[in-house]
Design a protein. Structure first.
Length: 184
């Protein structure tokens, strides 16, 4: 695991809030405890994302949106930002819990094109003049923080994921993503 300094968005969830959320008494947490065992430990992990400006025609207007795609395998949900994060939103830190980028530029652009089209179609499929997207990658990478909750009993461990920026529990796709990283 690499321990070089990374640029990351500030976490909007403290460790105490993550523990409280991951061990809450709600139905979802109850299901996790029944299925996987009690919450044993939590840790913060950082995933690299690449920022892209996506320009397209919607109706008679040109739209520009800023999306972030995970640079590991492109499987996590897209992030969207109003502008490139900077200043007080970014911190530099050292962490062993950072995942290395693994996508090629070509594969990343293909995945981003598919995901961005899905987002745009939800906005108004019939207003889209053409499916051509102009995609430009912003320089550098930005790491996004996640809280990982480890549940288990009898030597079996399962990971539940909390997005530390959006303040929400992620689904099975994110759990699988982190479990595969931890197993490698």
């Amino acid at each position: 695991m690499n321990t070089a300094a990374i640029r990351t968005l500030k976490s909007r969830v403290t460790q105490e809030e993550a523990i409280r959320t991951l061990s809450s008494t709600g139905f979802s947490s109850f299901y996790w405890r029944i299925r996987s065992g009690p919450l044993r430990k939590i840790a913060q992990a950082y995933v690299p994302f690449w920022l892209y400006r996506v320009r397209y025609e919607l109706g008679s207007a040109t739209q520009t949106r800023l999306f972030a795609l995970d640079a590991v395998d492109g499987s996590l949900d897209l992030f969207e930002f109003p502008s490139v994060p900077g200043g007080h939103e970014i911190v530099s830190l050292d962490s062993r819990n950072q995942i290395a980028p693994a996508l090629t530029d070509q594969r990343a652009e293909g995945l981003l094109r598919e995901k961005a089209l899905r987002v745009i179609f939800q906005q108004g499929f019939f207003k889209l003049r053409q499916t051509g997207l102009e995609i430009v990658r912003e320089p550098g990478e930005l790491y996004l923080p996640y809280w990982l909750g480890f549940y288990g009993r009898k030597g079996l461990l399962h990971c539940r994921v909390m997005d530390a920026v959006r303040r929400r529990i992620e689904g099975a796709k994110a759990s699988t993503f982190f479990e595969q990283w931890l197993a490698a």
